[in-house]
Design a protein around this ligand. Structure first.
Ligand code: FA5
Length: 348
């Protein structure tokens, strides 16, 4: 082939290459064009490798043109690449643009369940009075739940505290504790007097749920054992607790009552959250709402724990949900367990 013919061919190669480079819509197709027009299998490379077989004169002419064409293609590629890269970056910036003038998105914050808040506040109040917080097993033995608390097998009080029995490994059937009181004897067995503890935890009963009753609820047991403790200490302690949890104007009332494990025993009421004492539907026209059971620890309980006969003490058991009802004016105890977000949000 004549050298002029080859130079003509090189001119075609350049035109085709420049056209495909300027027509490349993105960097990926530009790279394809580069491989096609400058790569080892390209027409330009073939011409370049045929230089060897040419006469000196032809090689000089054709070689110069090959270099010019290659340089022209390379220039076109780098300037097209610069254009495409800046266009692609501009497109990406536009797509990922952030409007900093928009108001921020607030993360949705949760809040403690009202029962958790009440539990924390009650425990805080007693810790402030010098009590320790301890916990006990939810599945108990008949002995600690009943017998050690002066409730023998045939005692009628058992029907009041009937519960679910669980299959155990021994002859004795473990049960879901019906109150937190079993921890009284467990603590006294473990430690010598004085003992000042509060015991929070879940309890269960055979109960048909209604506005004031649940079959599974939470209690806090209180136990103060020392020499020379009287009923006045009990009354004063409960009043301090009520003021701390319900506010300074709250009053407590002790009514004579009966528990097998305390003597004397009392039921303790607080002023109704709704009417403040004048009597309404929430409190059954009483003006007061029952919150807890309490009393002076029965000598038989001290005996079961192996404590000396001249020891004294008081105990009480309070329902957490009942405190929350009284504190927040909640009319139905079951609402605490319905997971109704609207109800729970109202405590924010
Ligand atoms: C007892 O459980 C005794 N162990 C309390 C006690 C402890 C007395 C120490 C003396 C000395 P009672 O069954 O009354 O007593 O329950 C105590 C409190 O738990 C009640 O005042 C009430 O606040 C709450 N409570 C009782 N039954 C339910 C129920 N079904 N649903 C929700 N709360 C309840």
């Amino acid at each position: 082939m004549e050298s002029t013919e080859i130079v003509q061919q090189l001119d075609d190669i350049r035109r085709a290459a420049l056209a495909s480079i300027s027509g490349s819509p993105d960097t990926a197709s530009l790279e394809e064009a580069r491989v096609a027009h400058l790569g080892r299998k390209s027409k330009l490379s073939k011409v370049s490798s045929s230089l060897r077989e040419m006469s000196d004169a032809d090689r000089r002419v054709v070689g110069k043109t090959v270099n010019e064409v290659r340089a022209a293609i390379e220039d076109a590629i780098s300037s097209r690449l610069a254009d495409l890269t800046s266009a692609e970056r501009a497109g990406r910036l536009e797509r990922e643009r952030v409007d900093v003038t928009l108001p921020g998105r607030k993360p949705e914050l949760g809040l403690p369940n009202p029962l958790t808040s009440v539990l924390d506040d009650v425990l805080d109040a007693f810790v402030g009075l010098g009590y320790r917080v301890v916990e006990g097993p939810e599945v108990e033995t008949d002995y600690y739940n009943f017998q050690a608390l002066n409730i023998p097998e045939d005692h009628p009080a058992r029907s009041m505290w009937d519960t679910v029995y669980v299959q155990g490994e021994t002859d004795e059937l473990p049960l879901f504790r019906t109150h937190t009181s079993p921890m009284q004897v467990r603590m006294m067995e473990k430690e010598p007097p004085p003992v000042y503890v509060v015991v929070p935890g879940r309890v269960a009963r055979r109960e048909t749920p209604d506005a004031k009753h649940l079959a599974s609820f939470m209690q806090i047991e209180g136990l103060a054992v020392d020499y020379g403790i009287s009923m006045a200490d009990l009354a004063g302690t409960l009043e301090a607790f009520a003021r701390e949890v319900f506010g300074a104007s709250q009053k407590v009332r002790l009514r004579p009552s009966y528990f097998p494990f305390t003597e004397p025993s009392a039921e303790v009421d607080v002023l109704c959250f709704n009417c403040g004492g004048s009597g309404c539907r929430s409190c059954g026209r009483e003006g007061w709402i029952e919150l807890l059971g309490a009393g002076m620890v029965h000598p038989n309980v001290f005996k079961a724990a192996g404590y000396p006969p001249d020891i004294t003490g008081f105990a009480f058991g309070v329902g957490i949900e009942r405190i929350a009802m009284a504190r927040y004016g909640v009319e139905d105890i079951r609402w605490f367990y319905e997971n109704d977000l609207e109800f729970l949000e109202s405590f924010r």
